[in-house]
Design a protein around this ligand. Sequence first.
Ligand SMILES: [Zn+2]
Ligand SMILES: [Zn+2]
Length: 345
Amino acid sequence: MRAAVLREYNADLSIEDVPMPECPADGVVLKVLACGVCRSDWHGWSGEHPRVKPGQIQGHEYCGEVVEAGPDSQWQVGDKLVAPFILACGTCPQCREGQQHTCFDQRLPGFIEPGAFAEYVAVPRDFNLARLPEGMSPTLAAGLGCRVTTAWHALTGRAALQGGEWLAVHGTGGIGLSAAILGRALGAHVVVVDVVQEKLDHALSLGMDAAVNAAEEDAAAKIREITGGGAHVSVEALGIPQTVNASIRCLRPLGRHVQVGMPVGHHAVQEVDMNAVYMANLALYGTRGMPSHRYPSLLGLITRGKVDMSPLIAREIPLSQAGAELAAFNGPTPPGVAVITDFTR
Ligand SMILES: [Zn+2]
Ligand SMILES: [Zn+2]
């Protein structure tokens, strides 16, 4: 099968003919229908992700069709499925508490085992997977493996965002834009922050209440002004020191900061304004992924037409363009995300 393989950090992915994956007893082999290109992939590609090594087939935001099912699989050939990027064990204390995204024994296709930048991907522990809803395109569903689910859990599972509250979103890449769209669907007032005016204009065109260009003004001060004292909830969706501290400082007293961006690599966030946390009685939440039992809450919202996630998708690309999309994360990016939908070239 064709796969895009990471051979050298910061170089184009190598398109290679590799062996078909073997089907796990408790899982499936999926023919990949769509796979998103995410900033977490970029962290791996640039050598900043602690666990991604050369030889890796990346890609963790996928939707696929079952072509082979193991003897203990829950699914059948022909089923179309979406997978959370964290495959939980189901039996550890965290899983038993229903917090599968914090499982002590995680399987991570695309990071430490072969992922979906390929025609086929093996997925063990397939009780983690969810059926693709009727009528939802695989391209749209690809984001349900990582960005959209993570944003949904950040807002509803961690910060408990309420309708009528102010939500600030720092960084409007894939996950930030997802959080903004979902926050608006939950009835919050949304202010977005970025340094790329085109992305701010795009967010405003989707109905966001306000936008702040952090290249031009003090984002935290501007948000406190716009919101009449600060945001109730602030999502940091990039993972660099400036946005982390702007997110904390833009909150009103008793506000909730949610760390969604991955603060690793040479931008690793070492200094957090703890005096702001102390003075304003803030709560800090980390979040990563979503327990798979929460899929129905999110899929229902989308399939009933309560929220339209399609503005998230900017480009459908062939597999051979995945490397170029990763390289594009080195600089400011245009609005929306790229999804691989053609695995033949
Ligand atoms: Zn577990
Ligand atoms: Zn991701």
